[in-house]
Design a protein around this ligand. Structure first.
Ligand SMILES: Nc1ncnc2c1ncn2[C@@H]1O[C@H](COP(=O)(O)OP(=O)(O)O)[C@@H](O)[C@H]1O
Ligand SMILES: O=C(CO)[C@@H](O)[C@H](O)COP(=O)(O)O
Length: 496
């Protein structure tokens, strides 16, 4: 038995994977609190992730009906980029600043300039720093909370922190390290000189976690944690990785030709590449994958975070939201939403706000507003696919994951807006499955088991979720997407 954990923005999910039975035996999740403030502050307490993991773990194992001592290894996936700065006792010096925190936008712009602009970033890091990456959060802490900054003894990411809690080891791997902004994604090495630019007082050798390969173990579960979780003494913890890297594994996206699209709190589109990628746009992130290659990716900050805001405004549950989506026509009778409630990473508008456009006394209905916010979030994904260009063009199918993929209307919307067939894996939290697969790979690789074999056996697609683009809807969306791009151009000067 193997455990996969996914510490997302809104919740931590745990799955129990039975490799011999080729199935998921149990799943559970626990929500997280988000600390939001003025100026784009978005933070969480790392201790809450541990509590969520413990609660979801106990429930998933109970649902699976297994003896927890049969668990052989655990893999952990986590939201990317979060700054988890620990003191010498392993306690956070400040709450974790998340990937979607835009309070640090000015620090990011300053760092890009100091590194020599986009060209300098590409030269040093293999990608261009974007608001949300870890580096600008450290620079922000240095300027605004010097006492906390001077207590930093380790700089981890969310999944590294959970691995640290499980094993006591401070390690990371290239996929998640790619999103720090002080890691060269082409050579898969830390850039101590770039960290020195961000945080000159910190000793990079000391504060940065040791890099391991994706198939290596982070360590063994500590005895006190093993007792608390009811585990045997020798349970392995795999390297784990960023949620997008493990979502790629959980959708079988470990070779070129597939696109994974996630409708989570964020929206992401990514494709696998055997080589580092030099994209035409600075908005395409040349991340490493957690399966040995690269994972060029575009991320938007407002997907289910935006739909949830509108859904809750109207007091709707998920079923009610689904009914409203289905109850409005394509194009929401002229309503256009630029859903940038949290600011936006792609297009690069960290300080933007959301806009509802084209409202009249006739079309201002719950159904149209719900539909328009989901369409706006999905147009952001189409924009991302256009930026990926040739990296995604060969893909005949989109593997759709994340919470939004549970909605049949939204699945059809993705197919019609992208003009590409959509299918979901049986489990929409593919990052948790990817983490469990990586755990099995780590545990069995000495017996010659490969990740390719595990994906082939255990990534099951749900044929009932298949959505083919409908020609009339694809045609209708051309005009609606053009309207969205015009609104982007008018309000934010983003070229059509
Ligand atoms: N059927 C659905 N329709 C629309 N949104 C959904 C549906 N099911 C789940 N969601 C939304 O998906 C989100 C959770 O997605 P998830 O991928 O788990 O996020 P994260 O990993 O960022 O925490 C929640 O906001 C939830 O409301
Ligand atoms: O910042 C990124 C990718 O670069 C986000 O995709 C985060 O990794 C958060 O993911 P979710 O919570 O939406 O799954």
């Amino acid at each position: 038995m193997y455990i996969g954990v996914d510490c997302g923005t809104q919740s931590t999910k745990v799955v129990v994977l039975d490799v011999e039975g080729e199935c998921i035996l149990g799943e559970a999740s626990r929500p997280h609190r988000l600390i939001e403030g003025e100026n784009g502050r978005r933070e969480q307490r790392p201790g809450d992730w541990v509590e969520a993991l413990r609660g979801a773990f106990a429930e998933a194992v109970a649902r699976a009906g297994i003896d927890s001592r049969a668990i052989r290894a655990i893999g952990v996936s986590g939201q990317q980029h979060g700054m988890v700065a620990l003191d010498g006792r392993g306690e956070p010096v400040h709450p974790a600043k998340l990937w979607c925190d835009t309070e640090t936008a000015a620090w990011n712009a300053g760092l890009v300039a100091r590194l020599g602009g986009e060209a300098g970033c590409l030269d040093k890091l293999g990608l261009v720093l974007q608001t949300g990456y870890t580096a600008s959060k450290i620079a922000w802490l240095r300027d605004t909370h010097p006492d906390a900054y001077h207590r930093i003894d380790s700089l981890l990411l969310p999944h590294d922190y959970l691995n640290f809690w499980l094993t006591g080891e401070r390690v990371t791997e290239a996929g998640d390290a790619s999103g720090t902004g002080y890691f060269d994604t082409r050579s898969r090495r830390w850039r101590h000189d770039v960290l020195a630019e961000v945080a000159p007082e910190l000793d990079a050798e000391r504060v940065l976690p040791r890099l391991i390969d994706a198939q290596e173990r982070a360590g063994i579960v500590r005895p006190e944690v093993a007792r608390a979780l009811g585990l045997a003494e020798d349970v392995l913890v795999a390297s784990g990785g960023g949620d997008n890297m493990l979502g790629a594994i959980g959708t079988g996206n470990i070779r070129p030709g597939l696109v994974t699209l996630s409708l989570g709190t964020s929206g992401t589109v990514c494709a696998h590449s055997p080589e580092p990628v030099v994209a035409d746009s600075a908005m395409v992130a040349n991340f490493c994958s957690s399966s040995g290659g690269w994972l060029p990716l575009v991320c938007t900050m407002n997907v289910t975070s935006a739909t949830t805001r509108v859904r809750e405004l109207f007091g709707l549950d998920l079923a009610g939201f689904g009914e409203r989506l289905a109850g409005a026509p394509i194009g929401a009778e002229g309503v256009t939403v630029l859903p940038f409630f949290n600011g936006e990473r792609v297009p690069m508008l960290p300080e933007a706000t959301a806009s509802f456009l084209g409202l009249t006394s006739v079309n201002t209905t719950q159904a149209n507003l719900c539909r328009a916010v989901a369409e706006g979030a999905t147009f952001g994904m189409r924009y991302g696919l256009e930026l990926l260009g040739g990296l995604a063009e060969g893909a005949s199918q989109i593997r759709l994951i994340g919470g939004g993929a549970n909605s049949p209307v939204w699945r059809q919307m993705v197919a019609d807006i992208t003009g590409t067939q959509v299918i979901c894996p049986e489990i929409t939290d593919a990052a948790a499955l990817g983490a469990a697969l990586q755990a099995a790979w780590c545990h069995r690789r000495e017996q010659g088991v490969t990740l390719e074999q595990l994906c082939a056996r255990l990534v099951h697609l749900d044929e009932r979720s298949l959505a083919d683009p409908e020609p009339a809807s694809v045609a209708a969306y051309q005009g609606v997407y053009a309207r969205y791009r015009e609104a982007l151009a008018e309000r934010h000067a983003v070229a059509c």
